[in-house]
Design a protein around this ligand. Structure first.
Ligand SMILES: [Zn+2]
Length: 138
């Protein structure tokens, strides 16, 4: 759905294309710009485990990787914990970035075997702790 009836651009979209394509997200202001830049940088990753087909999503952020669960929705970042769960904000830019990437074909899919699930999650959790450590100085 494009307000200007532009052809659907799967991977060659610019930040301006994405802003026009998602007028419903303009209310998010600078958070939308961060989310669009992250989507264009292919920061939204789908880790697909096979043969189960289970999927884990992460967003590579400025401080480190964040774990997101778009279904719930949930994000491991501090903004989500304090502002979203505290009912002061609707969502963090990671989840907004997922929404944009998912609707624009910009999710980077990486496949793993099911046996790699435990070491993968251990690495994600380590990264989340590292990010929280850096974030706590703010
Ligand atoms: Zn977040």
């Amino acid at each position: 759905m494009s307000p200007l009836n532009q052809p659907y651009l799967k991977t060659e979209a610019s930040a301006e294309d994405l802003r026009l394509r998602f007028p419903q997200y303009l209310k998010h202001g600078t958070k939308l710009d961060r989310a669009i830049n992250a989507a264009l940088a292919r920061a939204v990753k789908e880790h697909r485990f096979l043969p189960s087909g289970r999927r884990i999503y992460t967003v590579v952020g400025n401080l480190g990787d964040e774990f997101i669960d778009p279904e719930r929705p949930y994000c491991s970042c501090s903004h989500f914990f304090f502002r979203v769960l505290g009912h002061k904000d609707e969502l963090c830019y990671h989840l907004l970035s997922y929404a944009i990437a998912s609707e624009s074909g910009l999710i980077d899919v990486v496949t793993f075997s099911d046996e790699e699930y435990s070491p993968f999650m251990a690495a994600v959790v380590r990264d989340i702790f590292r990010t929280l450590d850096r974030d706590s100085g703010l």
